[in-house]
Write a protein that binds this ligand. Structure first.
Ligand code: SF4
Ligand code: SF4
Length: 109
């Protein structure tokens, strides 16, 4: 392959037409706090599983809002439900309940 000194990467464009509002409302009905996350990243910074995996609650919530629930589930699959993130969340979100609610809502049943 010829090296032109640059490479092409897949588009990271988000298609919001794919956003499933009904599913999001379903999630918000069982855990309304999903609406108040301010994406500060404190949960990700202290995440136990984040030391050895790509676990990130902040990113997972953002992915759901950006119509990428499969990516969100992938980011939460190594979560150990230790609850450390709930201790640092400035919004006081019950993160473990939120994580379980995301998995329950978006997993294929
Ligand atoms: S509950 Fe899950 S997301 Fe939160 S700190 Fe523990 S492993 Fe990380
Ligand atoms: S710590 Fe709380 S407010 Fe901050 S990104 Fe995590 S869930 Fe959202």
């Amino acid at each position: 392959m010829v090296d032109f000194g640059f490479g092409l990467v897949p588009s990271s464009r988000i298609n919001l037409d794919l956003f499933d509002k009904d599913k999001y409302e379903e999630l918000a009905a069982v855990e309304p706090d999903v609406r108040i996350c301010m994406a500060c990243g404190s949960c990700t910074a202290v995440c136990t599983a984040g030391k050895f995996s790509t676990t990130s609650l902040r990113e997972a919530i953002e992915d759901i809002k950006n119509a990428q629930p499969t990516k969100a589930l992938e980011l939460l699959k190594a979560c150990q439900l230790c609850g450390k993130c709930s201790m640092v969340c400035p919004r006081g979100i019950n993160t473990r309940h939120l994580i379980l609610s995301i998995i329950n809502t978006y997993s294929i049943k």
